[in-house]
Design a protein around this ligand. Sequence first.
Ligand SMILES: C[S@@+](CC[C@H](N)C(=O)[O-])C[C@H]1O[C@@H](n2cnc3c(N)ncnc32)[C@H](O)[C@@H]1O
Length: 223
Amino acid sequence: MKHDKKSTMDLARRYAEQGDPNGWFEEFYARAEGNVEDIYWADLKVNPLLAAWLEGHPRPAGAAAAVIGCGLGDDAEALASRGYRVTAFDISASAIAMCRDRFPDSRVDYRVADLFALPAEWRQGFDLVYECNTIQILRGADRGRALHAMVDLVAPGGRILVSCRSRYEGEDLDAFPLALDRPEIDGFVRAGLVEESFLAYDDDQEPPVPHFFGVYRRPAPSP
Ligand SMILES: C[S@@+](CC[C@H](N)C(=O)[O-])C[C@H]1O[C@@H](n2cnc3c(N)ncnc32)[C@H](O)[C@@H]1O
């Protein structure tokens, strides 16, 4: 069955009313029955901001990367093609199955995993963590919980790259997805990371959609 924004909102609302606010992602992907075109939020190509960042930053030897809520896997594949050892996870088993079908020879370790219940050994285990559009699709207190779980993955001296839709504070509070405002994305700094770069820009859709692309680093311990 084809998804659109209205049917997606209805699906998310139905699961929330049943007390399972994050259960709808699996049904969303499963309904696509392997048809990538039905996953309307997937660009089916690497995020150009991620590609540009990778171009400008040589990979440290042996570096490990994690991709959060990896969807259909294009960003994870881009990181693997730059030589990172990539773990890419999503709460939806059907999404992960689609990644494995799309990239059968991939070096990415695709995993079904819930950001809110990650393996303990992943804690501060990744030199580069990539988050694109996961927080914005969550509601309420899960957004802050998600941010802290993401920060928890970043190794000492490592970075997290955060790509998301943006909005002004107090604006569009009923929107779905709910874009991040500046105080919310600054939560990465409040959680102990250092902002290394920050870009607010409009994308190339018609009409353009405002976005943030932030890079945050966990300070390395002093020698
Ligand atoms: C809006 S999509 C973005 C997908 C992909 N990052 C992209 O940019 O195309 C959000 C993704 O987060 C996943 N997700 C939502 N909650 C999650 C959780 N608790 N743990 C892991 N993945 C989650 C969803 O299944 C979905 O694939």
